[in-house]
Design a protein around this ligand. Structure first.
Ligand code: RRO
Length: 310
């Protein structure tokens, strides 16, 4: 019932982890591989291993989460080696995430992916909000355009981009016009809402150490923004560019709403961190129940069919 065709492959269901959650080490990745997630993605890689920001750097709060991890990861080679091993064991495409600290670093990693035997899809993270002194690339429209233009001079494998949330209709229009120039496989909206601030009510203190408590917000807080971004890009991008919907998926109803806005695959961050990989069983049961109640047999029956008021 939840089968999802993406990248010419039938995934059992549309659910995945969001990059960053439960995917830093091979043991976490192995747990996702055997879970009931339809697919999974690795932590965004930089060319070399990074320790990231000082702890505490991730904090669960009642309506979501705040993080300033600072791109801790085990380095590009670690993830490429894992991906090459895993793809020998399965037909299911793997998702590889890269987040270079500069255009040159992104180009260098993508050149290695292009030259390797990697057969999956690469997600270029243009929206990390947490590296001190490094603005989110995709808030700089010219830099995004230049980066993609340089990448598609040589990159021929499937590529998606992870975007930050936008909050203005003019920005949706401008970013969609840039993305439509390139042979992208997908757009993933949204990364965390950057640089929020959460205050502990008893201690009058921030809850994470880096950047005096400022960090990316995820979870229930971000669903309306995520749905708006999914819808805005679904209605503006050429049909070859699919949408991965990420942000505020806690229940089957949230997943259903992302699909109604036009998402093809769905990623779960904050709530996966709270519940662990068993969440994928619950989300599938809840989404299936909603589809049955509404008389839908497949996701294609309602994907993108959001109603507006005449
Ligand atoms: O590692 C992080 O701090 C991080 C990244 Br790269 C990202 O893309 N989104 C996020 O919320 N945290």
């Amino acid at each position: 019932m939840l089968t999802t065709n993406f990248l010419d492959f039938d995934f059992d269901n549309p659910f995945m982890n969001a990059s960053g959650v439960h995917c830093m080490t091979t043991s976490e990745l192995d747990e996702l591989a055997v879970s009931n997630a339809g697919a999974y993605i690795m932590k965004s890689a930089t060319p070399e291993k990074r320790d990231g920001n000082p702890a505490p750097r991730y904090f669960d709060v009642p309506l979501g989460s705040i993080n300033s991890m600072g791109l801790p990861n085990l380095g590009f080679k670690y993830y490429l080696e894992y991906a090459l091993q895993q793809q020998e064991r399965t037909e299911r495409p793997l998702f590889f995430s890269v987040a270079g600290m500069s255009v040159a670093e992104n180009i260098a990693m993508l050149k290695e992916i292009e030259a390797s035997d990697f057969k999956g899809v690469t997600e270029l993270n243009l929206s990390c909000p947490n590296v001190p002194g490094k603005p989110q690339v995709a808030y700089d429209f010219e830099l995004t355009d230049k980066t993609l233009s340089r990448i598609f001079e040589f990159f021929t494998k499937p590529l998606g981009v992870k975007l930050p949330p936008y909050f203005d209709m003019a920005h949706f229009d401008q970013m969609a016009a840039i993305l439509n120039k390139y042979p992208l496989t997908y757009v993933n909206s949204i990364n965390s809402i950057g640089n929020g601030l959460y205050i502990d009510p008893t201690s009058d203190q921030v809850v994470i150490k880096p950047k005096d408590g400022f960090g990316g917000i995820g979870g229930e807080y971000v669903k309306p923004t995520a749905l708006a971004n999914v819808r805005a890009f679904y209605t503006r991008l050429k049909p070859e560019i699919k949408i991965i919907g990420t942000g505020g998926i806690i229940t089957g109803q949230d997943a259903y709403e992302h699909l109604l806005c036009g998402a093809t695959m769905l990623q779960v961050g904050t709530q996966l961190q709270k519940e662990g990989p068993m969440i994928f069983d619950r989300l599938q049961e809840e989404l299936t129940a909603i589809m049955k109640a509404k008389g839908y047999k497949t996701i294609a029956d309602f994907r993108g069919q959001l109603k507006t008021i005449a």
